[in-house]
Design a protein around this ligand. Sequence first.
Ligand SMILES: [Zn+2]
Length: 449
Amino acid sequence: MIIIENAAVATVDAAGTEFPDGHVVVGDDGRIVAVGAGRADESHRGRRVDGTGCLITPGLVNTHHHLYQWATRGLALDETLFGWLTTLYPIWGRLDAGIVGAAAGAGLGWLALSGCTTSMDHHYVFPRDGGDVLAAEIEAARTIGLRFHPTRGSMDLSRKDGGLPPDHVVEDTDEALAATEAAIDRWHDPSPDAMLQIAVAPCSPFSVTTRLMEEAAVLARRRGVRLHTHLAETDDEEEFCLKQFGCTPVEYAERVGWLGDDVWLAHGVHLDDSAIAKLGATGTGVAHCPSSNARLGTGSARVRELLDNGVPVGLGVDGAASQEVSHLGAELRQALYTARQRQGPKSFGAREALRLGTIGGARCLGRQDDIGSLEPGKLADLVMWRLDGLGHEGIDDKVAALVFGPPARVELALVGGRPIVERGELVNADADTLTAEARRAHRRLMAAS
Ligand SMILES: [Zn+2]
């Protein structure tokens, strides 16, 4: 058991319950036993943690990422999405399992230090002689200790067929579908305590055939797993859809069976009112990636309208090559700033940002019954943020200190009750080793490119 006391607690439950001075008790089964005001019941026996000066929140949930991109940060710095992609595709075509494993270790280690306890990954580049890249990132997640939702991505529409990627980075449609089903067989754990779940994730309208989109949806529903793709990220994508399919990206998603409460879409920046209404009516989620959208200059998602229409919205850092910060804690503030730049300071608050980063993300991944809020019976995925140092002290509202203040140090992060970060350090890995491995991977990839 772990008993944390003397901390502020933001449960992010449906009522938004908070305790300025409270406790959280974690049971041996990795689930929360008690959350409340004041000290914990004295009958609890176990490790006692003093949370003085800290805020406990649910662990952050990252709903969009491409971990392999840690190996290609700092490139194509001033490009649009399409310019950035066409610069990087040839480099990504030389990825292998060693590079992906090292990049994933660095990316997941960094995410854990930024307050993330559950992350998805969208991996869609499978070079023919690159080895088992999905296994490599799953191994990295097991090492760091995060709860992991990797998706088996795919691309089968190359330049010769009217798509954006070069011919050598795409797969055959049937091979991609077979490999996706094999990943589900091998790794997907449907249990409520699952540390590993697979989703089906063809990459985007401009890199995937209509047949692959349609058959991926059928496959996911037959196997009871979720669906993820990029959608409505840029004006260029909208133009592509209008020209190729004669409809907008969301109309295309509807046509190929991709709206539903088992689907979450990355970005959703360029959405008109009818598109937002469709997402809300179908329960289709959106992974909001405000820093990546800003880095690529793609526009600002209409998060206020998405939420008002009942759309599940989570936060994503997106791949580290389109957002070199890749810090999920910092994304809370970026989401707030982005919303306020559009519609003013009353349009979006610190607690809404925290909701997006926690329960909103859990809804996108279909895990809202088990993670995303601090309630008895839920999995003990939580973060204790230190807020009494130079950067935060004096901001009495601790949730405001976390969201408006600089990125806070993670004093303790638990996944299913197991510590993955303590006193700002990874528990299960050494950050210097991860850095050295990522540096070697980057250099090897660039030397080959
Ligand atoms: Zn992405």
